[in-house]
Design a protein around this ligand. Structure first.
Ligand SMILES: *Cc1c(COP(=O)(O)O)cnc(C)c1O
Length: 396
């Protein structure tokens, strides 16, 4: 059951996910926690992660599209699933069939969906999204057009069951004064709309606004639901002294070759690294096709025997090189940590994302499909998932 390809793999600690769920629940006890599991649960594997969340009592799941929603239904996620993004009209029938909730983000789309539902004699559950400043999806207010009229119009469409209304923060992770001002304007905007709804006697059951940044930095808000992804995976979008989080994902590889090269040796494509001295080089079987950003060429470190070793030369599609001159007792087959724990040392995803000039979200969700996910519970491997060959091939 627990055999997997020990070339490059990701270790996912489910106890840490459970710890993070409990931390968030304690931090925001008055709101239901929606587990955001889009993008394969930020690379952690949506099936096992959402099952773990459901076992922990999570009643809401957030995904980006209908495929992701169906992927959850396929593994017996029976709780509410909200699609944040666009669903093509031809797939609307599936929303009804699998009891999936659709985001309605403007009047035209609402009419298209409602027409389809009327024709097919179905009704679907929806949450209305308001654009309070993200500029992505949502009903937009303009000078001569209040969005309350659109909301009322959508609310009265015959075959849409409107159960929720929400919006999305764009800068809630940043406590810089301008960002705080902007976020507060988003909150006020949203609250004004809720007030107007009340004045118009329109009752919508679920209201929600906060993402992970909002949960951390705007914890005074007490809407019905909070939508969190990043925090669940144990990463904070900003400096965090409020919630104790444990990162769930570690990325490991192994040494495939060690050699010593003379001074002035060029390493990898384009010769971007030239050795100043004699250098001991280890080759690793991981590259940008595994999700290790090429941007990290000559610009990152990895952990081996608890020590940092620099990445040298350009990262290739499937391989990369590190300088292990200062690390003793290295051998073919040794484990190398790209991020995570290694012999009492730790390399964070935040650090990797800084080196790569990106954000932790991207580092996690671009993890390659050919990297097996190894799930740990109580310090034991409980499942290995290989997206390429299936689960049990190596056991034969
Ligand atoms: C991705 C997403 C979230 C979760 O964001 P985190 O920062 O990971 O908590 C919440 N709401 C919407 C609409 C999203 O697209």
């Amino acid at each position: 059951m627990n055999k997997f390809l020990k070339r490059t793999w990701a270790e996912i600690n489910l106890d840490n996910i459970i710890h993070n769920i409990n931390q968030i629940k304690n931090h925001s006890p008055n709101s239901e926690l929606m587990g955001v599991v889009k993008a394969d649960a930020y690379g952690h594997g949506d099936k096992i992660i959402s099952q773990t969340m459901q076992q922990q009592g999570i009643k809401w799941f957030g995904v980006s599209n209908i495929n992701e929603a169906l992927s959850l239904r396929k593994v017996n996620i029976t709780q509410n699933i909200l699609i944040f993004g666009f669903t093509p009209i031809e797939n609307i029938i599936l929303l009804c069939k699998y009891n999936i909730i659709q985001t309605i983000y403007n009047k035209e789309y609402a009419i298209m969906i409602n027409d389809f539902c009327v024709k097919n004699n179905i009704k679907i559950k929806c949450h209305i999204k308001i654009d309070t400043g993200m500029g992505r999806l949502g009903i937009v207010q303009s000078e001569n057009h209040s969005c309350i009229n659109d909301i009322i119009f959508i609310f009265n469409l015959s075959n849409l069951i409107i159960e929720g209304i929400f919006s999305h923060f764009s800068q809630s992770d940043d406590l810089n004064i301008n960002c705080v001002e902007y976020t507060n304007s988003q909150i006020n905007y949203f609250n004004n709309i809720l007030k107007e709804l009340k004045n118009n006697n329109i009752k919508i059951k679920y209201k929600h606004l906060q993402n992970s940044g909002g949960v951390l930095n705007y914890n005074n808000l007490k809407y019905d639901i909070i939508r969190s992804g990043l925090l669940l995976y144990g990463i904070s979008p900003c400096e965090n002294k409020k919630i104790n989080l444990l990162p769930a994902m570690e990325l490991k590889t192994t040494i495939s070759m060690i050699k010593t090269l003379p001074k002035d040796s060029l390493i990898s494509y384009s010769g971007t690294y030239k050795s100043n001295n004699k250098v001991k080089v280890a080759t690793l079987p991981i590259g940008y096709a595994d999700g290790y950003p090429r941007r990290l060429s000559n610009n990152a470190k990895v952990l081996i025997n608890g020590k940092l070793a620099p990445v040298i030369g350009n990262i290739c599609m499937d391989q990369m090189m590190i300088d292990v001159t200062d690390i003793h007792n290295t051998n073919i087959g040794d484990t190398v940590t790209l991020f995570g724990n290694d012999n009492n040392n730790f390399l964070s995803i935040q650090q990797i994302s800084k080196w790569a000039d990106t954000i932790p979200y991207e580092i996690m969700c671009v993890l390659g499909r050919r990297v097996p996910r190894i799930y740990f519970k109580n310090n034991k491997v409980i499942k290995c998932v290989d997206y390429i060959i299936g689960n049990n091939f190596l056991e034969e």
